[in-house]
Every structure is written in C-alpha cells, then in structure tokens.
Write a protein that binds this ligand. Structure first.
Ligand code: K1U
Ligand code: ZN
Length: 169
C-alpha cells in the first residue's frame, strides 16, 4: 500500500470530471487500498480519486467512530435525493477551512464495491453529506464553490498567503 499525494485547492486538476470505471481489476483494487490508507492517515472521513489526481469514479468513505467500516463506491449514482440540511464541511484538499454547506438530508446511492458487486445504500446524517461531497469531487466540484463569492475570495486569499509562507520557509 502507498500514501498518495492529495491535491490542494485551487489546483486546476481538482476541476476535472472523472470517467467511469469500466472493469474492476487489480489496478482499481490497488487504487482503493492506497486511497483508504491515504484517507485514514490524513485523517479524513472520505476521499475521491480526483483528489489524488486519478480521474476515475472511485470514492472511499469511513464515517465510523472506530474507523473500521470502509465503504467503497465505484461509479456511484444518486438515485434518491430528499430533504435539506446545513452542516459544517471540511475538505482534505482545502486544509484548515470549515464552512456550513446546504445539501440534501437523505440520499440513496447506487454503486459497485471493490469486489465488483453492485449495491444500493440509503444514507442520512454525516454519511449522506460525505457521499454528496465526494460525488461532487468526481464532477470536478469543490465545496468552496458552493459558498458565497465573498467567502470564496477570502479562502483563496488565505490559501495564497499560506502558499507564500510555505515557499519562503
Ligand atoms: O473529501 C474530502 O476532502 C474529505 C473530507 C470529507 C468531508 C468532511 C466533512 C463533511 C463532508 C465531507 C474530510 O474528511 S475533511 C476532515 C474531517 O472532516 C474529519 C477528519 C477526521 C475525523 C473527523 C472528520
Ligand atoms: Zn473534499
């Protein structure tokens, strides 16, 4: 297994739309393992392949307290979207920034797991939020794009300042 580099906003590669996985072979299984290791190490509760510069429709999620309930979504599709909720979101590609975001409260997702088995999952609470956040990554969208123009420019300014500090260190 390997730790993968996570792209940071506003890296233009984060705005790439991911392509469907056609065959779940050893290379996809290896990608899933590396993404899971990267998510647990970060630490995060989700990771989309886009964030590690692989533009295939693969997501890993674990919202459990014990960090022992890995969920793998390959070619995920939201087939039910219901209700509304606002919750605080973070993103491993936008480190240190947490903002409230409005999303559906409940979803049903159809996907395939790493063993090429199709399934449907009904989700609410943090899992529903995380699934929507990760599918947005596969579409080339980052949660800050859902915020107001003012908040977005403040975040960009903060990240540019952070880059300048990193460059001079
Ligand atoms: O996609 C990502 O960037 C991962 C992101 C997922 C996410 C968090 C919150 C709301 C929606 C989606 C993260 O995991 S950010 C880190 C985080 O929230 C966290 C990390 C460790 C423990 C608990 C939460
Ligand atoms: Zn994210």
């Amino acid at each position: 297994m390997a730790l993968l580099e996570i792209l940071e906003y506003p890296d233009p590669r984060l705005f790439t739309k991911a392509q469907p996985v056609e065959r779940i072979d050893a290379s996809v299984q290896r990608l899933v393992e590396d993404m899971a290791e990267t998510m647990y190490a970060a630490p995060g509760i989700g990771l989309a392949a886009t964030q590690v510069n692989v533009h295939r429709r693969v997501i890993v999620i674990d919202v459990s307290e014990e960090r022992d309930a890995l969920l793998v979504l390959i070619n995920p599709e939201l087939i039910v979207i219901e209700g509304e909720r606002v919750s605080e979101e973070g993103c491993l590609s936008v480190p240190g920034i947490y903002e409230p975001v409005r999303r559906a409260a409940r979803v049903v997702v159809r996907a395939t797991n790493q063993h090429a088995e199709p399934f449907e999952l009904a989700a609410e609470d943090m899992l529903a939020v995380c699934i929507q956040h990760e599918i947005d990554h596969l579409e080339g969208r980052v949660f800050v794009d859902k915020l107001s123009q003012l908040k977005r420019s403040r975040i960009r300014a903060r990240l540019q300042k952070r880059d300048r500090v990193r460059a001079s260190a």
